[in-house]
Design a protein around this ligand. Structure first.
Ligand code: HEC
Ligand code: HEC
Length: 450
């Protein structure tokens, strides 16, 4: 990865020199959400003692039910059976900035591993099932729980691995595919793939800029803009599908779109692209090497194969991966606090897995309607239930890839976090919550690229 990026950067400087395009400067977790590490976290004692858990308005489906959301019900435990399923319970009362526990079908309100009515006396844990409860009272608590697990049962992070997975070392054999990847980088950086030799993939997905252009929407051919924000190409190969609406199945298929898109690279048709590339000497060699088994290496699909192979090398291991791999010191205190909140508040119900997102489709405005013209996945499937449904974005490198949301309408990460809490979870969150979540999200930035 490091080597490839270096090579890419060298190539990109060349590309810049050639065309003064200034813009360049620049698992399935659903079934296992049972908690392992028990944790009772009451921060800011003033607000901390409102044990609103157990309202169970939504019954056994854990409050996910608003939309027939796939998470609902696959937590594998029903009301009254929590104790038996749980390896720990988690109580979380912080800052008073996460209102509404148990009042409005809070996602996590009831998956805390204790049964209704049992909060009072020692929180009703079924001791036999517990792997170590953690009672975490910050900022002047006075709850007097017995057995302070903060000093015993780990950091309440035992459930982290049920939500997240570290990045694999690689998802393509870089040695075996060296020629293909080399061709892929070349194509990715090459503005000659566009109709007037000005726009490359790298124009909108800068390799030296976390795979984005930091524009709300991207100026493409003749400065025309589409309606959507450029997502990053970093780690994109890990997603279930490509584009905000998932209309391309993988990075190989995706790469063929922008070249012909009139507001992106603007080439008139496949034949014209192949003809143009074939006429360039260096591609004669590169294609022959990359597709050595083929008599006719020049065809449109092979362009996608090469670019896709290169994109498969764009993984960005972060400190969070180190943490998932067992280095507890890889995250600092506020990042860990943010991680806990991210899981407890319910962000991790959608943003999970190896890419911390990218593995499911969800409606924007699940709980509180969200204004947008873009009907998202409805445009692909035609299903009524897919209106305003988008691929849940990966949050890797999210601190660097603003502006946010499918239309790039949200300028700051703070705002994105607030809107998510409100529209996806029905919560009004305060500054403290945003700050902690943002700290955690910062730990998802790739180390190589920092
Ligand atoms: C003019 C800007 C522009 C150019 C040039 C461009 N893209 Fe994109 N790219 C976008 C936008 C905008 C989207 C999102 C469109 C959508 O979802 O409907 C996108 C989406 C993607 C995605 C999907 C990522 C995800 O998370 O779903 C990948 C991968 C990608 N582009 C790779 C490429 C490659 C490879 C090229 C060159 C062949 C390229 N792009 C050229 C703007 C651009
Ligand atoms: C019900 C599923 C769901 C939940 C819960 C959820 N999100 Fe999202 N998130 C999405 C979807 C879908 C989008 C894309 C929305 C769009 O662009 O229209 C998104 C977008 C985002 C973005 C912007 C990503 C980008 O590249 O523009 C951030 C940041 C984010 N979510 C963080 C969070 C945080 C923090 C929480 C918890 C407070 C959270 N999300 C809860 C589904 C969810």
């Amino acid at each position: 990865m490091k080597f490839i990026l270096l090579l890419a950067l060298i190539l990109s400087t060349q590309a810049y020199a050639e065309n003064d395009d200034e813009r360049h400067s620049g698992s399935k977790h659903q079934e296992s959400h049972e908690q392992e590490g028990g944790k009772h976290d009451h921060e800011d004692g003033e607000n901390g003692d409102s044990h609103g858990h157990g309202g169970d308005k939504q019954g056994g489906d854990h409050g996910h039910g608003q939309e027939g959301d796939e998470h609902g019900g696959d937590h594998g435990h029903e009301k009254g059976k929590h104790g038996a399923m749980m390896q720990g319970g988690e109580h979380d009362h912080e800052d008073g900035d996460s209102h509404g526990h148990g009042q409005e079908g809070d996602e996590h309100g009831d998956d805390h591993g204790h049964e209704k009515g049992k909060h009072g006396g020692g929180h009703g844990h079924k001791g036999g099932m517990m792997q170590g409860g953690e009672h975490d009272h910050e900022d002047g608590d006075s709850h007097g729980h017995g057995g302070d697990g903060m000093h015993g049962g780990g950091h309440g992070m035992n459930n982290v691995k049920q939500f997240f997975e570290p990045l694999p070392a690689s998802i393509i054999d870089e040695e075996e595919n060296a020629a293909l990847i080399k061709l892929g980088i070349m194509l990715y950086m090459d503005p000659r793939l566009s109709v007037n030799d000005k726009i490359s993939c790298n124009s909108c997905h800068g390799l030296d800029n976390y795979g984005v252009d930091n524009e709300p929407t991207s100026p493409g051919h003749e400065g025309k803009r589409g309606d959507r924000n450029s997502p990053t190409t970093m780690n994109a190969a890990l997603h279930i599908a490509q584009f905000w609406d998932g209309r391309a199945s993988d990075v190989e298929a995706q790469a063929l779109g922008p070249i012909l898109n009139p507001v992106e690279m603007g080439m008139p048709n496949k034949g014209a692209v192949v003809q143009k590339i074939q006429a360039i000497d260096e591609y004669q060699v590169l294609f022959a090497e990359a597709f050595s088994e083929s008599k006719h290496p020049f065809n449109y699909n092979n362009i996608g194969k090469a670019i896709g192979a290169f994109e498969r090398t764009l993984l960005t291991p972060s400190r969070f991966d180190d943490f998932l791999n067992g280095d507890e010191d890889a995250l600092n205190k506020s990042e860990k606090k943010g991680l806990k909140k991210f899981m407890r508040m319910g962000c991790a119900n959608c943003h999970n897995g190896v890419a911390i997102g990218g593995n499911s489709y969800k409606k924007i405005g699940l709980v509180e309607p969200y204004e947008t013209e873009d009907m998202g996945r409805y445009g692909v499937t035609g299903l009524e239930s897919d209106k305003k449904v988008f691929k849940v974005p990966s949050l890797r490198n999210i601190a660097q890839t603003g502006p946010y949301f499918h239309d790039g309408s949200v300028e700051t990460l703070d705002e994105a976090i607030k809107l998510m809490a409100k529209h996806q979870l029905g919560r009004d969150v305060g500054h403290g919550f945003v700050k902690d979540i943002k700290a955690f999200l910062g730990s998802l930035t790739g180390k190589d690229t920092q």
